[in-house]
Design a protein around this ligand. Structure first.
Ligand SMILES: *[C@@H]1O[C@H](CO)[C@@H](O)[C@H](O)[C@H]1NC(C)=O
Ligand SMILES: *[C@@H]1O[C@H](CO)[C@@H](O)[C@H](O)[C@H]1NC(C)=O
Ligand SMILES: *[C@@H]1O[C@H](CO)[C@@H](O)[C@H](O)[C@H]1NC(C)=O
Ligand SMILES: *[C@@H]1O[C@H](CO)[C@@H](O)[C@H](O)[C@H]1NC(C)=O
Ligand SMILES: *[C@@H]1O[C@H](CO)[C@@H](O)[C@H](O)[C@H]1NC(C)=O
Ligand SMILES: *[C@@H]1O[C@H](CO)[C@@H](O)[C@H](O)[C@H]1NC(C)=O
Ligand SMILES: *[C@@H]1O[C@H](CO)[C@@H](O)[C@H](O)[C@H]1NC(C)=O
Length: 296
């Protein structure tokens, strides 16, 4: 009985999605390469290990993921950052990025915390300006991202004219601003002239993070407890757009490394720069593999 169940299970796991069944298209990896790492599908051009990933000029193995065991669970990582999902059809990936906090330490009388430095320069990943927000939480807080010489952030306060309300992030206990368009990197900062040294009994900590808009709601308990940081374990889900190279489709089509190799694939320009591939209308699958796109 157990053997039969196992057999059925492995059949269910290995069966490719049949054409036209409305399921997600089958994940295609290079022959001999794993198609997933733990619970996450790893479709080509991504791959577990160098041989399984698309190599790109100028960068070594930019699509290479490492499949690591964390507390007994296999998870894919990109340069040390956990990847939770990869979508071929819309050219997106989701990763977990460090949140930053700044807390008053009663015994030292100083503000303590951590900052985040995220850098995807030279990788296939753009940090999505459409899917993510910059969120700042705190009662006496001015926090911002620095990108080149541009600071992007906001001020969050709590007082009788600025009373925090659940699910409302507009300056009272929480503020948010758009993530800048076309950015590969950022560092987080807390302004020193705004701090919680006078209000630490009720609200000792401030936070700033980039986070996927749909994954975040503000709750007033975030101001007087560690629930916010703990809920996400200090790692915020962030949505990224990935591209094959920074070439436009017209440029890429002229190169021997043009990645849209399925004969039913088309090239898509990312508005921020670079190209990726898509199966033509009426087809689905993996446009980065020969014969990877099949009829719907
Ligand atoms: C988060 O920050 C810690 C401490 O600075 C660092 O060791 C780690 O690599 C960072 N993780 C990510 C995913 O950036
Ligand atoms: C991964 O992303 C795709 C595309 O947005 C979505 O349909 C799918 O449900 C996601 N998978 C997981 C495990 O979140
Ligand atoms: C406050 O600082 C002390 C002394 O450096 C340290 O032992 C303690 O862990 C800090 N408290 C917190 C909450 O970080
Ligand atoms: C908090 O900010 C005030 C100015 O608003 C500054 O004088 C003070 O030194 C800061 N305290 C800490 C612990 O950073
Ligand atoms: C935090 O504040 C909320 C109201 O904003 C209150 O209901 C809750 O009891 C407070 N929690 C703590 C630990 O003080
Ligand atoms: C692509 O190659 C063709 C023929 O060699 C050339 O005419 C065209 O200008 C090239 N396009 C780009 C964008 O390099
Ligand atoms: C981002 O910038 C690109 C090019 O500069 C532009 O085409 C695109 O519309 C912008 N997207 C948004 C959402 O502002």
């Amino acid at each position: 009985m157990a053997i039969l169940l196992l057999l059925l299970l492995s059949l269910a796991l290995s069966a490719p999605a049949a054409a036209g069944d409305g399921l997600a298209p089958a994940v295609a990896a290079r022959p001999g390469c794993p198609t997933r790492c733990g619970a996450v599908d790893v479709p080509f051009p991504f791959g577990v290990g160098e041989q399984c990933a698309l190599a790109k000029a100028h960068t070594r193995y930019p699509f290479k993921l490492d499949c690591l065991s964390v507390a007994g669970v296999s998870k894919p990582f990109y340069k040390g950052i956990e990847v939770t999902n990869i979508s071929l059809s819309d050219g997106k990936a989701w990763m977990k990025m460090n949140m930053s906090k700044n807390c008053y330490n009663q015994s030292t009388g100083a503000m303590e915390g951590n900052r985040a430095h995220v850098d995807f320069t030279g990788t296939p990943f753009w940090i999505s300006n459409v899917d993510n927000k910059i969120v700042v939480i705190g009662c006496q807080t001015f926090a911002y991202l620095q990108i080149n010489n541009v600071l992007t952030g906001c001020v969050s306060t709590c007082n009788k004219d600025s009373i925090p309300v659940n699910v409302k992030c507009s300056g009272a206990g929480c503020c948010q601003v758009d993530f800048p368009n076309g950015t590969w990197y950022y560092s987080t900062y807390f302004s020193e002239s705004y701090n919680t040294s006078q209000i630490w009994r009720s609200s000792p900590c401030s936070y700033i993070t980039v986070i996927e808009t749909t994954a975040f709601n503000f709750y007033t308990t975030y101001l007087n407890s560690t629930v916010f940081y703990d809920t996400y374990k200090g790692l915020a889900p962030v949505s990224l757009d990935w591209i094959i190279t920074m070439d436009s489709c017209d440029e890429a089509k002229n190169t021997t490394s043009y990645a849209c190799v399925s004969d039913r694939s088309t090239c898509v320009n990312d508005p921020k720069g670079g190209y990726r591939c898509s199966c033509s209308h009426g087809f689905q699958g993996n446009p980065y593999m020969k014969n990877g796109c099949t009829a719907l």
